[in-house]
Design a protein around this ligand. Structure first.
Ligand code: GCU
Length: 410
């Protein structure tokens, strides 16, 4: 699939130009990556170096707060009342291999809902481990299954099936739960925060998030935790073995969800790029100033002050990945996905390693990404798939093997 940077899509709207143009100042030359110093994740805000107990006691929370203030905005602490309703269930879905469930979660005064699509493997010795992720275009795009309720129109049934590989997941004994991101916060490039979940949390007279309050990524991450809340109530699911996964912008959201919510036992970023796994300070491929006009609303408004000033950020993305420690973390890149900076994604995982080492977990030690299609699977997983910006069967093969390694081989 051809990768078209967001900015290019917007530039092309209304014209006959179909060839993608990337912003003229995009750097793809490794020799032009500026020299940079990453903030030391193990030195606290007062300048003191921290050991494992201090990381657990306060440094971890300090790092999370830095991301709230400078990158994604704070997620509200307030808990909304929720009621789950089973809309549909079929214990013999996918030729009898899975149970399909469609659950509506109604929040607050019930005007706001999320629709969860689930497949649970029928061949299972007990409650199933599984994967939770948001989909781009509607639950009915995840599989061609005619019984998936269509709530949005535009894309065809099953059009994203290759990105989800439902049969593969089920046959390996894992469940899948997904929600359409636009139900959480519509990703319509002119987001004014009136049409998704944000208004449920506004104070008196508030019409948009404050500069350090959550944007769209924050809302998407919030919804991933709400899916997990539901899974905790379902006795066919082992909620202590749930991986949160996402691709691209939804990979950014999966990382932020996994960083904030330690109930996610595994965190997987597929090609999440700038504002996801990639190091900001490399200034390679997409950068903050490229995102502001088209998709600045993904982040908190305060994030914008770091455009062309990446060195001034109090964090970099290795610190986001470190928030996942000591839980298993997987970062995946693709060779042609230069816009997402594959090397920067690898290096963030590499520089998160000191926090994994605090917990005696194996670290990534090599300075460069492994060769294409030669995955590394320890507590941190990484692969550089040959090909484009996408989620493929190859990616899922790695994630399933990684889940087996951590959950089924003990
Ligand atoms: C654009 C955007 C990326 C994002 C991607 C996606 O390319 O610039 O930051 O990851 O869209 O979500 O597909």
């Amino acid at each position: 699939m051809l990768r078209i940077p967001m900015v290019a899509i917007l530039l092309a709207v209304g014209t006959l130009v179909s060839v993608a143009k990337e912003p003229a100042d995009t750097n793809y030359d490794e020799s032009k990556v500026p020299s940079y110093d990453l903030p030391d994740v193990l030195i606290d805000n007062a300048g003191k170096s921290v050991a494992r107990d201090e990381w657990v006691r306060y440094r971890r929370a300090e790092v999370q707060r830095l991301f709230e203030d400078a990158v994604y905005g704070k997620t509200p602490d307030q808990k909304l009342a929720v009621r789950y309703e089973e809309i549909e269930t079929d214990p013999k879905a996918l030729d009898g291999r899975a149970t399909r469930k469609q659950i509506a979660a109604f929040f607050g005064d019930e005007a706001y809902r999320l629709d969860i699509l689930m497949y649970i493997p029928n061949k299972s010795d007990g409650p199933a481990a599984g994967f939770v992720g948001l989909n781009f275009n509607g639950n009915y795009t995840v599989h061609a299954d005619p019984a998936i309720i269509e709530r949005s129109t535009g894309k065809g049934r099953g059009t994203s099936a290759s990105r989800w590989q439902v049969e593969k997941i089920i046959d390996q004994g894992y469940a899948l739960a997904t929600v359409h991101r636009d139900q959480v916060d519509p990703d319509n490039y002119q987001n004014d925060f009136t049409d998704g979940v944000h208004p449920l949390f506004y104070g008196e007279g508030q019409t948009k998030p404050e500069p350090t309050e959550w944007g769209a990524i924050g809302a998407w991450a919030w919804s991933l935790s709400r899916i997990l809340d539901y899974l905790e109530t379902n006795d066919q699911i082992d909620a202590s073995k749930i991986a949160v996964i996402g691709h691209s912008r939804l990979g950014k959201a999966a990382l932020w969800a996994g960083a904030q919510d330690a109930r996610f036992a595994m965190v997987i970023s597929n090609d999440s790029g700038c504002g996801g796994a990639a190091l900001y300070r490399r200034c390679y491929g997409e950068r903050i100033h490229h995102m502001i006009k088209p998709v600045g609303y993904w982040f908190c408004t305060n994030h914008q002050q770091y455009q062309k000033r990446e060195q001034a950020l109090p964090v970099d993305q290795h610190m986001l990945l470190a928030l996942v420690a000591p839980r298993p973390l997987y970062v995946a890149s693709a060779t042609n996905d230069r816009w997402a900076d594959p090397k920067g994604e690898y290096l963030a995982a590499r520089h998160a390693s000191p926090v994994y080492e605090l917990f005696d977990k194996p670290a990534l030690s090599q300075d460069n990404p492994p060769a294409p299609d030669k995955p590394i699977h320890t507590t941190i997983g990484y692969h550089l798939r040959t090909g484009d910006h996408n989620v493929t069967a190859y990616d899922w093969d790695q994630y399933l093997a990684f889940a087996d390694r951590h959950w089924n081989s003990e």
